[in-house]
Design a protein around this ligand. Structure first.
Ligand code: SAH
Ligand code: SF4
Ligand code: F3S
Length: 482
């Protein structure tokens, strides 16, 4: 299955800034063609992505531009153009980037034509940019999250220059529509509905590196979904840091001002889109009308990722999460009652400043009551500049580790119990690919996000099939096509 690059043709593009960027791609084409002549082969490019679905979607835009400019996509970093799209949500994300960047310098020593770029959330931190300027002199281009739409322009400048180009913006209120974009998968795609975050949870760096909340207009979102559907996409995932505050930033009386529930309904009406997911809702804004729309609409996936973070009320208050343990449990129970068969997954942080073993027991209590179908568990990571970084009572590492392991065990046991409940059922799955370990098997994803592996033909990739769930293996199933 081939994947088209959308918005690569001037006739499809309305946004003036995007038209300008298409011209920069034309200029870059000439430079890449000259490089091809010089090298005697097609120049290659590699995009390395860290972090969340937002970054993954941004990387699809970067890759589209590199491909249009004439680069061939490769998976390894011994390429002629390498770009790191970074994350800084936890310290280990930062460390991974620096590690990879260090290794990449070895490739550059062997390939004098090589260009190395770095962008994304980590680059919105001044200290990180300074570190690269000082210790990673071989980097050719640094840019941030707010001006990623200018990549075609920056690519040109980089190809013309031997100096390190740095372009970082502090903020933006701009949303550039219709940028060229390609997908990793032909049959599914992320769709940004909003950018930034206004919640300022006290541990979190995202509002500082992604800026204030900006919603895309409903008509731009629907137009993108229609283009994707016309190009063979069957499943979309609506992306935002807090999708239930979609549209809050539009003025009263603006025809764009609709709720997330209304937007969900509109996306479901796009012909050809058969499954709709969204990520991430914030529990504090999860209104009944969203639950109603999901309950009434079988196209919307039976999966809700509802980040808990912590179960103790004092910790939740100091995290600035704006809900209590009791409110969270009520919401989760209401969702389970109104949407039968829904899977609820979550994010949990262990080791927030001042969190005691008894506080972690409150979190464990929520896990047991809500019965999360899965949970991403994180050890608290201190992010400079966030309020929590300067809170007293940072918890010693060994103590966090003990609490973390205890909690993880409950998460795993609960997830297994939940998964086992599906035994013997037949579920409609979207076939996503050939099994990584056994080429005779296909891998499909159920509406509730659980994976199932089953014998089948590669030609089924991208279509929906019914599969019986024969054997539960903890987080996934082995099955048979019906
Ligand atoms: N907007 C989403 C996701 C944000 S980042 C939300 O509100 O949930 C994804 C997850 O990373 C968060 O849910 C949180 O669990 C985790 N996270 C964020 N900052 C962190 C930090 N400083 N230390 C550890 N985990 C963190
Ligand atoms: Fe971070 Fe909170 Fe915003 Fe999520 S809602 S991105 S955790 S500040
Ligand atoms: Fe990371 Fe930025 Fe996403 S910090 S989690 S890539 S918004």
């Amino acid at each position: 299955m081939s994947i088209n690059i959308l918005n690569s043709n001037k006739n499809d593009v309305k946004d003036a800034e995007s038209l300008k960027q298409l011209e920069f791609i034309e200029q870059a084409k000439e430079k890449v063609a000259a490089l091809e002549k010089n090298l005697g082969r097609k120049p290659t490019a590699c995009v390395v992505t860290f972090g969340c679905q937002m970054n993954a979607r941004d990387s699809e835009k970067l890759l589209a531009i590199l491909k249009l400019a004439g680069y061939e996509e490769v998976e390894t970093e011994d390429a002629d153009f390498v770009i790191y799209n970074t994350c800084t949500v936890r310290d280990n994300a930062d460390q991974r980037v620096y590690g990879r960047l260090g290794q990449c310098s070895n490739f550059k020593k062997k390939n004098p034509h090589m260009k190395i770029a770095i962008c994304g959330c980590l680059m919105q931190e001044q200290s990180a940019v300074e570190k690269i300027q000082k210790s990673y002199r071989f980097v050719d281009l640094i840019f941030g999250t707010h001006n990623i739409y200018k990549f075609a322009e920056l690519l040109n400048t980089t190809l013309d220059s031997d100096r390190m180009i740095i372009d970082i913006w502090k903020e933006t209120d701009k949303i550039v529509e219709d940028l060229p974009v390609m997908r990793k998968y032909p049959f599914k795609s992320g769709v940004n509905i909003m950018f930034g975050c206004d919640n300022f949870c006290t541990y979190c760096i995202v509002p500082y590196v992604r800026g204030r909340e900006r919603s895309r207009s409903p008509k731009d979102i629907i137009r993108e979904c229609e283009k994707l559907a016309a190009d063979g996409v069957k499943e979309v995932m609506l992306l935002g840091q807090n999708v239930n505050s979609y549209g809050f930033d539009f003025e009263e009386g603006d025809s764009n001002k609709i709720t997330f529930a209304e937007l969900l309904k509109m996306v479901c009406e796009v012909e050809g889109i058969e499954r709709v997911r969204f990520m991430t809702p914030h529990p504090k804004d999860f209104s009944d009308d969203v639950i109603d729309v999901i309950a009434a609409n079988p196209k919307i996936a039976r999966h809700i990722h509802l980040p808990l973070q912590a179960g103790n009320n004092e910790i939740l208050r100091r995290m600035n999460r704006k809900y209590t343990k009791e409110q969270f449990i009520d919401l989760a129970m209401k969702i389970r009652e109104r949407i039968p068969d829904v899977a609820i997954t979550t994010d949990i942080i262990v080791g927030f400043p001042g969190e005691s073993a008894a506080d972690v027991d409150d979190t464990i209590d929520v896990i047991k009551q809500v019965k999360f179908d899965n949970a991403f568990t994180f050890i608290y990571s201190k992010r400079t500049g966030t309020p929590a970084a300067s809170m007293p009572d940072q918890v010693p590492e060994e103590e966090v580790k003990v609490n973390f392991d205890k909690l993880l065990k409950v998460v795993q046991d609960t997830a297994k119990e939940q998964a086992e409940k599906l035994q013997g059922r037949t579920e409609r799955v979207l076939v996503e690919g050939v099994n990584e370990h056994d080429a005779a098997l296909l891998t499909g994803r159920m509406s509730n996000n659980t994976l199932v592996h089953f014998p089948g033909d590669e030609a089924l990739i991208g279509s929906f099939v019914d599969v019986s769930l024969d054997e539960c293996h903890g987080f996934y199933y082995m099955g048979t096509m019906r």
